[in-house]
Design a protein around this ligand. Structure first.
Ligand SMILES: Nc1ncnc2c1ncn2[C@@H]1O[C@H](COP(=O)(O)OP(=O)(O)OP(=O)(O)O)[C@@H](O)[C@H]1O
Length: 282
């Protein structure tokens, strides 16, 4: 019997569909005071995606957020925001770029002397001249989006930690950003509040047409909502892929991370002199 005909499709028949990059890091090396923290990093955050930055403590996750928001300038390489090299922006250009970002940083606590309403209104009053009636509607819409319209008159001291995080989220999206950067949005939350916060990040991303970058240590919550997970260790991206791909990975470092094992390629003990020497038993 003759062999079946072989078909070879030319490469051009199957276009390689690259997602549109909203944020892109190209060969970025950066650090603080001459100390290199991230070395030759390439990273793409596609428009509309939820991308999670995860990995060992001190691995440089927050540093990536600082690069994107240009609080830190790379030693070499490029950081592109919607195609623009952020290092080349004028002070006005940088301000305009930051207006397109919402940031929910760990230390971004609420103003304790302002009500929930006033906390969310703050960026609108700072950065726009919209009349009071419109500010009211915008604030109530954002509070509604995080489920706290009814809590507008409470003070930060009168709400739970999980609610406070949601108010901070409403404040981060007050100016209708295109990108939201989250630094450890689940830290210190109980499991239920964590689940609510995670769902909110995903829902707001999709309903408001945002792009989100989430730094997190919480594998379960983050894997539930992320499209793409980037694992950072020792100043490099050591793995990346969808949550499903990372869970299925056989790579020892990925396995250690996903299954929260204390030992593996990342050691629990930092380098130290022999314990016997320190404890005087040898
Ligand atoms: N402002 C700074 N000046 C000097 N060194 C810094 C500064 N900020 C961070 N570092 C150092 O850079 C490294 C990476 O810090 P970064 O906060 O980006 O890590 P991370 O992965 O977010 O850590 P964690 O998960 O613990 O928050 C750490 O070794 C840290 O000590």
């Amino acid at each position: 019997m003759p062999p079946p005909p072989q078909f070879q499709l030319p490469d051009t028949v199957l276009p390689s569909r690259q997602p549109e990059a909203f944020i892109e890091l190209r060969s970025v090396t950066c650090g603080y005071g001459g100390r290199v923290i991230l070395r030759d990093i390439d990273l793409i955050v596609p428009r509309g995606a939820v991308v999670a930055l995860m990995g060992v403590s001190g691995g440089g996750k927050t540093t990536v957020l600082r690069l994107i928001s240009r609080q830190l300038v790379a030693m070499s390489g490029e950081v592109l925001f919607d195609g623009q090299d952020v290092a080349k922006l004028s002070p006005e250009g940088c301000q305009a770029m930051r207006r397109r970002m919402g940031m929910l940083f760990q230390q971004g606590a609420l103003f304790t002397d302002l009500s929930v309403f006033e906390n969310v209104a703050f960026p609108l009053r700072e950065h726009t001249n919209v009349p009071e009636s419109i500010i009211r509607d915008l604030v109530l819409m954002k509070l509604n989006a995080v489920g706290l319209r009814g809590s507008r008159d409470l003070m930060p001291s009168e709400i739970s930690g999980g609610m406070a995080r949601r108010v901070a989220l409403a404040r981060a999206i007050a100016l209708d950003p295109e990108l939201v950067l989250y630094d450890e949005p689940f830290a210190g939350l109980d499991p239920i509040s964590m689940g609510i916060a995670a769902r909110l990040i995903r829902d707001l991303n999709d309903t408001m047409g945002l792009t989100s970058v989430v730094v997190s240590h919480d594998v379960d919550e983050t894997f539930l909502i992320a499209d793409h997970v980037v694992l950072l260790a020792n100043g490099r991206i050591v793995a990346q892929g969808s949550p499903v791909e990372l869970r299925a990975s056989e790579d020892p470092l990925v396995r250690q991370f996903v299954h929260a094992r204390p030992d593996g390629p990342v050691q629990f003990h930092q380098p130290a002199v022999d314990a016997g020497v320190d404890f005087g038993v040898r």
